[in-house]
Write a protein that binds this ligand. Structure first.
Ligand code: CMX
Length: 440
């Protein structure tokens, strides 16, 4: 049986001529123009990134390697007796574009176990940080602290052919993936659970082991698998994916790059929105003083947020123009596992009211919920009520996508990223405003 690394290498060899040909023979073909609004407005919609790992259609939502979320869950080998698939098999699919067999999946399961030992100095570092440090800061610091382990950095220093970059990048990414659950669970247990870390159980798969180290019983193992797969990738332009890709493009190794991506994910307009959703919901419930709100009261609270110049967390998206299928997938999980949970009912009420309010407000191009609107409810239900930890969970999942991407970036020799900037004077000249001002 070919290993993941051998299968990946075969795919890389098949793919390389396609990229080379596109650049050499068709490099002048235009795929995008840039307007002034896009240059000032965060490059929204500018097509200038290439990835085959996932694609985001504004109306359909995400496809991982061509598969929708339900298709992905359906296709991948399931953990025996459980509802959701092995995350390890999903990693195989992200990297190779192929659905692995059970045997291939188990190869990754075993490989990650071998790679999973976290260096002791990472735990020491986390222990020296003040306990009120945000868990995302701890997570990012833990990741970058392991940079000394980078095989890519070591091989680069020794002198390595460009054609071989993907190999140590794959090694670093696999090593990181194997260790992230232990680091995340360790942060959770020392920060919120009276400094009681739980040792890994090597009999368990990656998702199951994470649940175990968090101190969570079944079905939290399935929650973890579902959550990590759903949050893994959202094509390349979102802040965490783009930051990871950008930093890696300078040939910074996976430790530097992932840490940068995690720092981007920590922003409230991106991954931190999942904690903000819970904060907003809890504040609202506190204001209601235990009373079940009416739709009218909820509507007023949403308007109060908008009128005070703040965003409604968990709603809107830079690309999507419909309800995020990652939201829908989590909603379906709630419907079958926690249908009568009051917080789930409230989130459903927000889903009923918020789009209408946002449409009336008239600013957000997409009034529908994104992935972050629902995810905290599930965590809260299973006892993870420390909502500032939620973005770390997002980060563990997001690592799957961004690390698969930078492995391919190096395989295909993507260049150091360096878009061109212009000045405001130049924009005014392009718009004809400056000349007008000068001649009037
Ligand atoms: N509440 C209030 N206003 C919103 C809004 C929301 N949920 N979503 C967008 N808007 C506003 C924007 O702030 C912007 O206002 P200004 O013109 O004053 O700058 C206007 O509507 C137009 O924005 P847009 O083009 O619709 O959205 P962007 O592509 O600029 O931003 C996003 C996308 C996600 C940052 C934005 O919708 C937002 O801030 N949402 C709330 C935070 C959130 O849920 N983020 C998580 C996204 C998913 C993730 O990455 O994890």
């Amino acid at each position: 049986m070919a290993t993941l690394k051998e299968t990946l290498y075969k795919k890389i060899q098949e793919h390389r001529p396609r990229t080379t040909r596109l650049v050499k023979e068709h490099g002048d073909v235009k795929i995008s123009d840039v307007t002034i609004a896009q240059a000032i407005g965060g490059a929204r919609g500018v097509k200038c990134l290439v990835t085959d790992i996932s694609y985001l259609d504004p109306f359909e939502g995400i496809r991982f390697r061509g598969k929708t979320i339900p298709e992905t869950f359906e296709a991948l080998p399931k953990v025996p007796g459980r509802e959701y698939p092995f995350v390890e098999g999903f990693w195989w699919m992200l990297l190779t574009g192929e659905v692995p067999t059970e045997e291939q999946t188990m190869e990754v399961v075993e490989d990650w176990k071998i790679r999973s030992q976290v260096p002791e100095y990472v735990f020491d570092l986390l222990r020296t940080m003040p306990r009120d440090t945000h868990p995302m800061t701890m997570f990012s610091a833990a990741i970058v602290s392991m940079q000394r382990e980078s095989i890519f950095a070591q091989k680069y220093e020794e002198g390595m052919s460009k054609m071989d970059y993907w190999d140590p990048m794959y090694e670093d990414c696999s090593n990181l993936m194997a260790k992230l659950p232990t680091i995340a669970a360790y942060i959770y247990r020392i920060k919120y659970k009276g400094d009681t870390p739980i040792a890994p159980n090597k009999d368990l798969d990656w998702g199951g082991n994470f649940a175990h180290m968090m101190g969570q019983d079944k079905p939290y193992d399935d929650v973890a698998r579902m959550y990590f797969i759903l949050h893994s990738d959202h094509e390349s332009g979102n802040v965490s994916a783009h930051a990871t890709h950008l930093v890696a493009s300078a040939l910074s190794d996976a430790y530097y790059s992932l840490s940068a991506g995690i720092n981007g994910l920590a922003g409230p307009l991106h991954g931190l929105a999942n904690q903000e959703v819970l904060r907003w919901t809890q504040d609202f419930m506190d204001k209601m003083g235990g009373k079940v709100p009416t739709e009218k009261e909820l509507e007023q609270a949403l308007w109060d947020t908008l009128n005070s110049g703040q965003v409604i967390p968990g709603y809107g998206h830079a690309v999507l123009r419909k309800t995020d299928p990652r939201y829908t997938s989590q909603m379906e999980f709630c419907q079958s596992h926690l249908p009568d949970y009051p917080l789930f009912k409230l989130v459903n009420m927000i889903y009923k009211v918020a789009p209408k309010v946002l449409q009336e407000h008239g600013k957000a191009k997409n009034p529908w919920p994104n992935v972050d609107a629902q995810s905290g409810v599930i965590q809260w239900y299973y006892g993870i009520t420390e909502y500032d930890f939620y973005t770390v969970l997002f980060g563990v999942g997001r690592a799957l996508g961004v690390l698969a991407n930078i492995t391919w970036d190096r395989a295909l020799g993507y260049a150091i990223e360096r878009p061109k900037s212009v000045t405001t004077d130049m924009l005014e000249e392009a718009a004809g405003v400056k000349q007008k001002a000068a001649s009037s």
